[in-house]
Design a protein around this ligand. Structure first.
Ligand SMILES: *[C@@H]1O[C@H](CO)[C@@H](O)[C@H](O)[C@H]1NC(C)=O
Ligand SMILES: *[C@@H]1O[C@H](CO)[C@@H](O)[C@H](O)[C@H]1NC(C)=O
Ligand SMILES: *[C@@H]1O[C@H](CO)[C@@H](O)[C@H](O)[C@H]1NC(C)=O
Ligand SMILES: *[C@@H]1O[C@H](CO)[C@@H](O)[C@H](O)[C@H]1NC(C)=O
Ligand SMILES: *[C@@H]1O[C@H](CO)[C@@H](O)[C@H](O)[C@H]1NC(C)=O
Ligand SMILES: *[C@@H]1O[C@H](CO)[C@@H](O)[C@H](O)[C@H]1NC(C)=O
Length: 690
């Protein structure tokens, strides 16, 4: 993490009056609409209560991504999506009646005169199908149903603007429309700059907006006011294309699609739209001798062109929805075993976490995809743009273990493989694979953000966790010498950690961090088990285990406050304390390294220092901020359910407090529930840590 490049301040409003619609399970600050990749990330900034047609959808940064929706009922037009203003055309806003979200879907019901329309935004989570998971597309499905028993004539319209392809609306774009079994609008920057970003938006690749073609479907590209007025006034589009390519904000070109549902009475089958953003290659990755390798999204191993991907994606909407419903139910029932608050936090977190990763393959020299060479990449998002930040993968790890541990292995693979080339000069683990996504170009100068104990411990812990979960020891065997090297470092620096930063870098550097020592010591014990799993010598297995146990004994004296009531933040500072969330790894790996009284002591202590929105991260500075991932991990190590539920309900309270309009942030004020700048980060995958 790194807040040097903090995002602009977020404006906050006071808590809203009761909303006009029902919300299940609650109204989050921002609702995921199309969240599948670091560059396909559209949200509804609901704040304290904006309906689907009150505001424009935005990218996670808050920049508008134009996405409009209208429906005509018996000749009268209603807007259902976005905040359009269309001079010379008359429409009213449909009235939002309900909103609900699950792990993969956000579903809105709006009433448009005598008809209710249901809009389902489905961002699939397909963790065990690498082809499907790697397709950076989402669905919007719209169905209509008569509420008065009579038949009504209904037409549905939606468009996207060119804001989906850049962070700078003064840049020129060009576009095209194809109409076969599927109608697809494609739009891209006229000047493509591979691997480049502007305001966190990819400056290359293309956006696609599509729908199945039929006798009842029409399309049109052109100025926003022209295309929208055409639908509002006529209920259909002209099947024409605007060929005057121009900048995004010059008479705002939009890409419209419409369907005439005819006369409807009972609920209709949904009309389905897909929106996506594809880059090729997706990333560049450092190999030997400082050279880089272009990498492509996994789905290209099955499809040869974008039209084939889109037609497959749209064609299987029904099957995708069934899979999504099954996945959502499983998550809900698993999480509800803890509590309903917990289930709602998990449901809000999954798309956000999975939307930060991309599954890639390299190409063979003849251009075909090498399907045995899978590497997964994750963008840190909002704190900075680092690639595969080890201390961001670490908090996100539980969502990978839950959905498909192989994704975790493939995330670690890029880090291991780079460091095995010998180009990274430090004896501890690298912090990340590249300063800015999508450049996984390494740190051959060794000047990455150094978190020596943090990242070395994280790598050893995650590597063992994957092997324990799957029984697959191949990655351990391949990279055992790196794991050993990092553990040697932990032996020298984890009982008395030097002055350094931990993952909570915003809090600054500190020597002798109690919680950091826990991580390092667990790493040493984990290496003992790894050594055993790969058939290493018993001498070494025993040695690492003995060192870890002796460190725990010494640490207990160093780490306890003089009152004996809690662990300190740093050795010798009895007034200090913090969340000892690194103990979570002791439970995760089933090591039982730290004695039970430590856990019961911390459980009792946190109850005495909780603020209205949770327990502060630690006693540094005057702030009382905390991280939602660490709150949930601490919940997981509590020895009684009242302490556990205190942490969980605090996070739920923050996620639903309406004091921001940003995608779920993991860093906030525990006194008053105000947000810090972090948002939309994959670390919320840690919310599956119970
Ligand atoms: C990635 O590296 C390329 C050069 O290979 C550069 O043009 C581009 O700006 C870099 N992208 C980012 C996001 O820093
Ligand atoms: C949670 O799961 C356990 C073990 O399967 C079961 O005994 C318990 O009743 C469940 N609790 C809830 C609240 O569903
Ligand atoms: C391309 O190369 C790969 C790997 O060498 C090989 O397996 C594949 O058959 C080749 N494909 C073609 C069309 O030559
Ligand atoms: C495919 O990738 C694997 C894993 O990196 C590598 O061992 C193999 O040589 C590659 N295949 C080809 C044909 O390059
Ligand atoms: C860290 O703790 C050790 C053991 O108590 C002590 O000797 C050392 O001075 C401390 N280091 C710092 C920088 O406070
Ligand atoms: C145990 O490990 C430590 C740290 O790596 C090393 O210094 C020591 O020589 C080892 N002892 C044995 C008996 O292998």
């Amino acid at each position: 993490m790194n807040i040097l490049r903090a995002l602009s301040a977020i404006s906050c409003t006071t808590v809203a009056a009761a909303l006009a619609w029902s919300a299940t399970p609650f109204n989050p600050a921002a609702i995921p609409l199309a969240v599948r990749s670091p560059y396909l990330s559209a949200w509804l900034q609901q704040g304290s209560g904006a309906a689907l047609n009150d505001v424009w959808p935005t990218f996670w940064t808050g920049q508008i991504v134009g996405w409009a929706g209208f429906v005509k009922v018996d000749g009268q037009s209603f807007s259902f999506l976005g905040a359009s203003n269309v001079p010379g055309a008359t429409f009213v806003k449909a009235v939002q009646k309900s909103f609900q979200f699950s792990s993969t879907q956000s579903i809105f019901v709006l009433s448009a005169g005598p008809v209710d329309i249901t809009i389902t935004f489905l961002s699939p989570v397909e963790p065990t199908d690498l082809v499907k998971q790697s397709i950076p597309f989402s669905y919007m499905a719209v169905s209509a149903s008569s509420m008065d028993g009579a038949s009504h004539s209904v037409q549905v319209y939606s468009d996207i603007s060119a804001e989906w392809v850049s962070g700078d609306t003064s840049l020129p774009v060009d576009w095209s429309t194809s109409s076969n079994n599927v109608i697809t609008h494609q739009v891209q920057l006229a000047r493509q700059i591979p691997f480049s970003e502007l305001s966190d938006r990819a400056q290359y690749g293309a956006a696609f907006f599509s729908t199945p073609s039929s006798a009842a479907s029409t399309y049109q590209s052109g100025a926003d006011v022209v295309v929208r007025a055409q639908f509002i006034n006529n209920g259909r589009l002209t099947n024409t294309q605007d060929s005057n390519f121009r900048p995004i904000s010059d008479n705002w070109p939009v890409f419209g699609l419409s369907h005439d549902l005819g006369s409807i009475k009972a609920a209709t089958d949904p009309v389905v739209f897909s929106v996506g953003h594809i880059r090729e290659p997706a990333l560049q990755y450092i190999i030997t001798n400082g050279a880089t390798q272009p990498r492509s999204l996994y789905f290209w191993s099955q499809f040869s062109c974008t039209s084939a991907v889109i037609s497959s994606f749209l064609g299987e909407f029904g099957a995708a929805l069934s899979r999504a419903q099954a996945f959502d139910s499983k998550v809900t029932s698993d999480a509800a075993n803890i509590s309903s608050d917990y289930a709602s936090i998990v449901a809000l977190s999954i798309r956000q976490a999975m939307g930060a990763i991309e599954i890639t393959l390299s190409r063979n020299s003849n251009g075909s995809l090498n399907t045995t060479d899978v590497v997964v990449f994750m963008k840190e998002i909002s704190s900075d743009g680092n690639v595969n930040t080890v201390d961001v993968i670490f908090p996100a790890w539980p969502v990978l273990l839950y959905t498909n541990p192989a994704l975790g292995k493939f995330l670690l693979e890029g880090l291991f493989r780079y460091q095995a080339t010998g180009q990274y000069p430090n004896k501890w683990s690298v912090h990340d694979l590249g300063a800015h996504y999508p450049n996984a170009t390494g740190h051959n100068d060794g000047k990455d953000e150094a978190m020596p104990v943090e990242e070395s411990g994280n790598m050893v812990i995650m590597a063992l966790s994957y092997a324990q979960k799957t029984g697959d020891n191949s990655q351990l065997s391949r990279y055992v010498s790196l794991l050993n090297q990092w553990t040697q470092f932990l032996v020298t620096d984890s009982l008395i950690p030097a002055n350094q930063i931990s993952t909570d870098d915003f809090a600054g550097a500190l020597a002798n961090q109690t919680n950091l020592a826990i991580k390092g010591i667990i790493g040493i014990k984990a290496m003992s088990q790894i050594n055993q799993l790969v058939g290493g010598s018993t001498t070494m297995t025993t040695n690492y285990s003995t060192i870890a146990s002796s460190f725990v004994a010494q640490w207990q004296t160093l780490a306890a406050s003089s009152s004996g009531q809690h662990l300190t933040l740093s050795y010798g500072n009895s007034a200090s304390w913090g969340l000892s969330y690194n103990l979570y790894a002791d439970k995760l790996l089933k090591l039982d390294l730290f004695p039970n009284p430590i856990y019961t002591m911390q459980t009792a202590w946190y109850k005495t220092v909780a603020q209205p929105f949770g327990v502060p991260l630690d006693t540094r500075h005057t702030y009382t901020k905390s991280g939602t991932d660490w709150e949930i991990w601490t919940a997981a190590i509590m020895t009684d359910t009242s302490a556990r539920d205190l942490f969980i309900s605090s996070v739920k309270k923050w996620a639903s407090d309406g004091l921001s309009s940003q995608p779920l942030g993991d860093w906030y004020e525990t006194t008053n529930g105000q947000p810090e700048s972090f948002r939309a980060r994959p670390v919320v995958g840690g919310h599956l840590g119970e």
